[in-house]
Design a protein around this ligand. Structure first.
Ligand code: PRP
Length: 220
């Protein structure tokens, strides 16, 4: 049987996925600090982690190059791929918002200039709200756009709110709650149902344990 392939973003999400699966009895060999391997196979050979860029996780899963993937809700909404979203891991929580200067009036301008890393999410949101928007896709430092006169508002994720505060911006509207979700390839779900379900249970159980540990610390 081929290993079950799980596409994960390099870094924190990949580390978390390894920890959760290891807690469930699927161990992985230690990764050396300077290792550049992009496929990590479990010691038993039953599972593989494919290390990809966050925005590419849904593509790997939709195309069947990975059976499962872990991606932020922001990426899932932006990429609009044909996959099942099956589990909210409840980690990496933040919000997708419209933000701008405190006196911004998104409804009152004829064409709202919007800067964002998420043009699909922003486009759908403003269509739904009946606001005409001209969207500029940026790749980072989104909060700079209103300050530099490139945009009236931004659509971006907010975690602590520090970046907005330090740049004199505020949340004007909330679009969605964001957290890490597990997505599954549709064919894999049909043909490898037991393997997929077992993997989901391990991830779910592992997250539950991590939450319990955190709650315990908070109660101490
Ligand atoms: C993200 C996001 C915001 C910031 C929000 O940017 O685009 O700029 O984090 O976090 P905060 O609410 O805790 O301040 P990221 O750090 O990914 O950098 P980027 O500007 O290069 O996209």
């Amino acid at each position: 049987m081929a290993p079950l392939k799980i596409a994960v973003a390099k870094g924190r999400i990949a580390d978390t996925a390894r920890e959760l699966l290891t807690e469930g009895g699927i161990g992985f060999p230690d990764v050396l600090p300077d290792e550049r391997k992009l496929i990590i196979t479990s010691s038993s050979g039953t599972h593989q982690l494919l290390l990809v860029k966050p925005a590419d996780v849904p593509t790997y899963v939709e195309q069947g190059a990975a059976d499962l993937g872990i991606a932020g809700k922001d990426t899932i909404l932006e990429e609009c791929k044909d996959v099942y979203e099956v589990l909210d891991l409840g980690i990496g929580g933040c919000r997708m918002v419209v933000a701008g200067f405190p006196d911004s009036t998104p409804d009152a301008v004829q064409t709202l200039k919007v800067a964002t890393k998420y043009p699909n999410i922003a486009g759908s949101y403003f269509v739904q709200e009946g606001i005409r928007a001209e969207i500029s896709k940026l790749h980072g430092s989104i909060e700079l756009a209103p300050l530099a006169g490139l945009a009236d508002v931004i659509v971006d994720i907010v975690e602590t709110g520090a970046t907005l505060r330090e740049n004199g911006l505020v949340v004007l509207r909330e679009i969605a709650q964001v957290s890490a979700r597990v997505i599954v390839n549709k064919a894999s779900f049909a043909t490898r149902t037991d393997d997929v379900r077992q993997c989901l249970q391990l991830l779910e159980k592992g997250v539950g344990k991590q939450h319990e540990a955190t709650d315990g610390l908070a109660a101490d």
